[in-house]
Design a protein around this ligand. Structure first.
Ligand SMILES: [Zn+2]
Length: 443
């Protein structure tokens, strides 16, 4: 009897490291390209979803679109015993706030909260956009299908809610349709301010903006690659923190970057057919997206999107010019690709919502010593902690070690100067928090 037990104890740490959870595979399988197609089609059929468009009609304009989105979230909620709290979050923006606000407008987001069982005030957020535009950003009457930009992200968000509402999570998940993106990121600004005011603890924002195009303007056709944009460090950091980075590192290790690495790794683990591309910048060169207002408020947030854009199909009047058909129309959306990127979101929402909170404080020491030392604040109910490290030039964490339920550890023979380090918290069934880069120094 003794021998098998001993063997089991030896094997256990190995099993824990390589752990995957079947529920994550079930979630991938449950995401439906057909339902995403139905929803993108429905959104396109509102004619225009321009933020300044009609709000009274039942069939055309952003008012009809947001009422339909709200009704879809409510339908999902009904199917899970009222598991979603669905509401409008809105702010009045006055004419002239910027040159794209040509009349007073209520910017209305549609929010659905799936309340966490253990950490109801901690939120992981998936966002898409309700609004669309054509060539002139102030043209709120012309047909503006916005099929890829961004009915695709909105439909993905509705679908993720349908799939994940079948499960219970320890942390809260928010599915949100944001408005006012094309007019100046107003919806994200409004929800980030709402989060601050209500003391929400935001774990991170997965902003989906254009997740349906596989034929790039560069001629490349690719239905496996996608991009994860993340800024290096929060813009809210203090001068003291900025100065400390010169001596202790962290230039490429801010909270949004850790979230991006998390999504990359989890995708590689569960969806090896996908090719995530980390992009070390806030967003596309000089362009914007709805994760930015959350970053501005000091929250972690990333942009998930297609790898190959087609600019003749974004922000364009529908027309034919010199033989080229312009316009963001339904035919250009690849619904199976949108399904894959929706699944990428869903598995990361689930993994984070099943994971414990990350340790708040992580200290590092080992200056002029042969070994790096780490120490972190205890998180209640955590099964174990995992230390990560990598070469200073490596984009992803390369090495890890699960150190059990300790709150400090010495990595023998690993010199502090030559690697970057971090710590995550792990649940009993193996779900991990994002990695925390050391935020304090031990002498
Ligand atoms: Zn756009």
């Amino acid at each position: 009897m003794k021998k098998p037990l001993f063997a089991l104890l030896v094997l256990l740490p190995i099993l824990v490291c390589a752990q995957t959870d079947d529920r994550i595979y079930d979630i991938i399988d449950a995401v439906s390209a057909e339902r995403i197609q139905t929803d993108v089609t429905k959104l396109v059929n509102f004619g225009t979803r321009h933020t300044l468009s009609d709000t009274v009609s039942q069939t055309r304009g952003i008012g009809a679109a947001r009422r339909w989105i709200k009704s879809e979230f409510e339908k999902t909620s009904k199917n899970c015993g009222d598991c979603l709290e669905v509401f409008y979050q809105k702010d009045l923006i006055k004419k002239g706030d910027n040159e794209r606000i040509v009349h007073d407008v209520m910017v209305v987001n549609v929010v659905a909260i799936q309340r966490g069982t253990k950490y109801p005030n901690r939120y992981i957020i998936m966002s898409g956009d309700i609004d669309s535009r054509v060539s002139d950003p102030t043209d709120f009457t012309s047909d503006s299908p916005g099929a890829n930009d961004n009915a695709s992200g909105m439909a993905g968000t509705l679908e993720a809610a349908r799939v994940l509402s079948k499960y219970k999570f320890e942390n809260s998940i928010i599915y949100v349709g944001l408005s006012g993106e094309e007019q100046g990121l107003y919806g994200g600004k409004g929800l980030a301010a709402h989060a601050k005011k209500n003391g929400w603890e935001i774990i991170g924002v997965l902003n989906n903006d254009m997740i349906g195009n596989i034929k790039g303007v560069d001629g490349i056709i690719d239905n496996r690659e996608f991009r994860i944009f993340s800024e290096p460090v929060p813009p809210t950091e203090t001068e003291k923190e900025r100065n400390a980075r010169r001596f202790y590192g962290g230039e490429v290790d801010g909270i949004s970057r850790q979230l991006a690495r998390y999504v990359y790794k989890n995708t590689k683990t569960y969806m090896p057919e996908m090719n995530p591309m980390m992009v070390y910048r806030l967003d596309r060169f000089g362009r914007g997206g709805h994760h930015r207002p959350f970053n501005d408020a000091g929250f972690a947030g990333i942009r998930i999107m297609e790898a190959h854009e087609n600019y003749t199909q974004q922000h364009q009047d529908i027309r034919i010019e010199n033989g080229t058909a312009y316009g963001d129309v339904l035919e250009h959306v690849d619904f199976d690709y949108a399904r894959k990127l929706t699944a990428v979101n869903a598995i990361n929402l689930a993994s984070i919502a099943w994971a414990p909170p990350a340790p708040k404080e992580v200290k590092i020491g080992g200056i002029v010593e042969p070994s790096a030392r780490l120490q972190w604040s205890k998180v209640d109910g955590v099964a174990s902690y995992k230390i990560y490290w990598r070469d200073t030039t490596a984009p992803q964490w390369e090495h890890s070690r699960n150190v059990g339920n300790a709150t400090q550890f010495t990595l023998k023979g690993i010199v502090i100067d030559n690697s970057f380090f971090g710590v995550s918290a792990v649940s009993a069934d193996g779900f991990e928090s994002p990695v925390v880069f050391p935020n304090s120094i031990m002498r």
